[in-house]
Design a protein around this ligand. Structure first.
Ligand code: MN
Length: 374
């Protein structure tokens, strides 16, 4: 059975950059975009062109260098945003305007102060205006998961009639549960069969720690695109992490039947570059790219790994440009200790090894965390 190929829409340079305190210069955006191309993402959302002259320049610079990926920029349903976006994307090999407008009662009443009829009309107008100015138009029903599915389906119908190529139903505030998010896609597709003619997209936030789980639930519900960021950076608790979605799809491909165009060998380098240029440190226990994601200190695990790495690893880190480590500490065993001595060029007989191991354990128990550095 061949896998269904889904699109990876990377928004590290837009939603990721909206993390408090991150401001990437155009040349830094270009450096990350070039790495994202090596990684093999399908779409690079490069910024929000109307947000600032610097961001306009960042989007323009990325559009000029991207050779393979579609380059997107975010826009409100305003003529000045759409004009700035289309202008910034002029040099793109393939361009996409990503237009958003909220569809939830909370946002429509409290933020936009627009009626549902006005929201539907503005959305359709903006998509119609964007169409023809760029290669592709994406429309997002902001705060979709707190919206009435009947109204979301109506907006989907109207933006598709106006020419949208991609329709995104984001969990903007990280509120949904996995089953519920999958059910939401099912319900909106049932109410708007027009969605079968476009690419349907998911976009999740990690406020409840469910961004990746929700993205995978959406993939199982049949979406054709997932929006995510390297290292899961993004507003508040962050976006769904690209590397986690991609590796879940890869490791569990037999069950999920879904494939991406990502080159796994570039994951480590992509994570390191985004960490360095954004200044957002990857937590050591972060899945896939954390410093400890393939580190094993416990003796029983180290013994198993030295016999066969598949005993305690479901991923071969070398395939991602990363390495397995066996740090020595109070939980480590004799097998890994002996290996470390041999690696350090120490030829110890059984008697010496036993004495050294006892002294090592005493040292480790004294509270020194990294014995190898002591
Ligand atoms: Mn977002």
């Amino acid at each position: 059975m061949s896998s269904r190929r889904i699109q990876i829409f990377d928004t590290t340079l837009r939603d990721g950059e909206q993390s408090p305190g991150i401001a990437l210069r155009p040349e830094e955006k270009v450096e990350i975009a070039e790495q994202l191309e090596r990684l093999g993402v399908d779409v690079i959302e490069a910024g929000f062109a109307a947000a600032s002259p610097g961001d306009f320049e960042g989007v323009r610079a990325v559009a000029a260098v991207a050779r393979r990926a579609t380059v997107a920029t975010l826009c409100r349903t305003r003529r000045e945003d759409l004009d700035a976006g289309a202008d910034a994307l002029r040099d793109a090999r393939r361009s996409r305007l990503h237009i958003f407008l909220a569809t939830s009662p909370i946002h429509m009443q409290k933020k936009l102060r627009l009626t549902p009829d006005e929201v539907a009309a503005q959305a359709a107008w903006a998509v119609g205006y964007a169409r023809g100015r760029v290669d592709e138009v994406e429309f997002s029903c902001e705060d979709a998961t707190r919206s009435d599915p009947v109204f979301v389906a109506r907006v989907c119908r109207e933006v598709i009639a106006a020419g949208a190529d991609v329709v995104n139903l984001p969990d903007t505030v990280g509120y949904a549960l996995p089953n519920e998010y999958a059910g939401f896609f099912d319900e909106v597709r049932r109410l708007s069969p027009e969605l079968e003619s476009v690419t349907i997209s998911a976009h999740c936030h990690d406020d409840l720690g469910l961004a990746v789980a929700n993205s995978l639930a959406a993939v199982e519900a049949g979406v054709g695109q997932v929006e995510c960021t390297m290292n899961g950076i993004g507003e508040r608790a962050g976006n769904a992490a690209l590397e986690e979605i991609v590796m879940a799809l890869r490791v569990r491909e037999e069950r999920l039947g879904v494939d991406t165009g990502i080159d796994l060998a570039e994951i480590g380098a992509s994570s390191a570059l985004v960490e360095r240029l954004t200044g957002y440190a990857v937590p050591p226990n972060k899945a896939i790219v954390g410093a400890n994601a393939f580190a094993h200190e416990a003796g029983i695990h180290q013994d198993g790994l030295l016999k066969d790495t598949t005993t305690y690893q479901i991923i071969e880190p070398k395939e991602l440009g990363l390495a397995m480590t066996l740090p020595l500490g109070k939980h480590s065993g004799r097998h890994a200790f002996a290996r470390a001595c041999a690696d350090a060029g120490l030829q110890l007989d059984e008697e010496l090894l036993s004495r050294a191991f006892m002294r090592f354990k005493a040292l480790a128990d004294s509270g020194i965390v990294d014995v190898t550095a002591a």
